[in-house]
Every structure is written in C-alpha cells, then in structure tokens.
Ligand binder design. Structure first.
Ligand code: FMN
Length: 241
C-alpha cells in the first residue's frame, strides 16, 4: 500500500512536470516574443519591401516629375542663361565649330544660348563622311530621320529673335535640326539660320528648316566662318535689320 502511494505520488509529480513543460511552451513570453519577433520580421520585411517599393515608387515619381518638369514649357531650361533678353541663340555642334560661333554671337547680341544635345551622341565613326555606311551618311540620306534631343525642353516665351546654328552635313542641315524645329511653335518670332561648314554655303538648309518648322518668320541666314570676329558678327547682325 505504501508502495502504491509512493508510485501515485511519483506519477502525480511526473504529470505535473509534463503539464508545466507543455503549457510553458505556449505561455513562455520569450516564445511569444520570438513568435511576435518573427511576425515583426516578416512585417519588417514586408515594411522594408514596401519601403523599397515606396522608395522605388518615389524615385520613379521623381523621375517622372523631373521629366514632366522638363516637358513643362513654362519652366526655363537650364541651358539658357535667363538674362531677360528677347534674343536666343540655339545651336547644334558635333565638333565644336558651330558652338564657338554661337557663343560669340550670343556675346555680341546679348542673347541667351541653348544647345541642342543629341540623345545619342555622335561618335567620330558616326561623323565619318567618307564611310557610306556611317550614321550621318544614313541620316542625311533619309530626310525623314529625326534623331532625338536630350536637352531640356525650352520655353520660347519672351524671345522674339532666334538664331539657329548648325554645321552643314552633305550640303544640308543635320536631321536633328529638323527634330528641333518640328518640336516648337515659332509664331511671332523671327528665325535666323546660320551655319558653319568646310566651305559649302547655307544652301537649301534654311528653307528646309523653315518648311519643317511651319511657323515663324524665317530670314535667309548665312554661313559664318569659324574664325569670324566679333565686329564681323556685329556686321552680320546689323545686315539683318
Ligand atoms: C557628316 C558630315 C558631313 C559634312 N558635309 C559637309 C558639306 O557638305 N560641305 C561642307 O562644306 N562641309 C561639310 N562638313 C564639314 C562641317 O560642316 C564643318 O566641319 C562644320 O564646321 C562642323 O561644325 P561643328 O564642329 O559645329 O560640328 C561635313 C561634316 C560632317 C561631319
């Protein structure tokens, strides 16, 4: 009988221990915490994923915003100096010659200046006119090609006189100039084409630009020498009046 009591007591103790251990698993705060931690981890993960997404969204948003800012024509372009003048010099230059003349012209006229930057820059190979398979040869062969422009969109508000400069390629304006003139409304503005070249005159390029633009009062314009002086530029400007 005494043995039975001892056995019963041991059995009770074992049962109590098992009960305590079993319940302890679910009631242990550490375990709850660890469960909750792991839940938080998932939440954190999901939060950080959503943060990542939010960040991605916001950076995308910013990108979209900055693109739309660029497209907003009421915003002045970073390419212009915003001096309040009503004269603007716009130019494209592949190797720097037209750029030099455009900058001098802007100085002489007190104009703002805007560079047409190609979305896909022209490499030396692209500019090889000896190569019948080069990019420029193909572009100039096809009057419908319109290379993209990377520069910020311009606001033409307040400008009444716009000089448009470019190099002569195969006797004409580079096709990117057609992209430019087709992107804007020149109503009420006097447009003056000017070019640099290895010797060719301005030819039909001014008329091509005028026809593709479809607006603006286009003057005949001129070929300007790469080494033109400021006084010669002033003579050119005066000759337009
Ligand atoms: C593809 C290509 C075609 C050209 N075609 C002519 C041309 O028909 N007549 C000419 O006199 N010069 C031609 N040139 C020379 C450029 O007009 C001249 O070097 C110009 O001043 C370059 O201006 P930039 O440095 O502003 O690009 C050509 C140049 C290139 C790259």
């Amino acid at each position: 009988m005494k043995r039975v009591k001892i056995f019963a007591a041991i059995f009770m103790i074992v049962c109590i221990c098992i009960t305590i251990t079993g319940c302890g698993k679910s009631s242990n705060p550490e375990n709850v915490n660890s469960n909750s931690d792991s839940t938080n981890s998932v939440a954190e993960n999901s939060t950080s994923q959503s943060d990542t997404k939010k960040n991605a969204d916001s950076s995308d948003g910013n990108k979209i915003e900055s693109v739309s800012e660029n497209k907003d024509e009421s915003q002045p372009s970073e390419n212009t100096k915003k001096t309040g003048t009503d004269v603007l010099v716009v130019y494209f230059s592949a190797t720097g010659t037209t750029k030099g003349v455009a900058e001098k012209l802007a100085d002489v006229t007190g104009a703002d200046i805007y560079e047409i930057i190609p979305a896909e820059p022209y490499t030396e190979a692209d500019l090889n006119w000896h190569d019948s398979d080069s990019r420029t040869t193909h572009e100039q062969d096809d009057k419908s090609v319109r290379p993209g422009i990377a520069s910020d969109k311009l606001s033409l508000d307040g400008y009444t006189t716009i000089y448009v400069g470019y190099p002569i390629w195969w006797g004409e304006e580079p096709r990117i100039m057609d992209t430019f003139v087709e992107s804007y409304d020149f109503v009420g503005k006097t447009m003056i084409p000017f070019c640099t070249s290895g010797g060719s005159g301005i030819g039909s390029s001014g008329d091509n630009l005028k026809n593709n633009a479809g607006s603006g009062k286009w003057l005949e314009g001129a070929r300007l020498d790469s080494g033109i002086s400021e006084s010669e530029l002033q003579d050119f400007v005066n000759s337009l009046k």
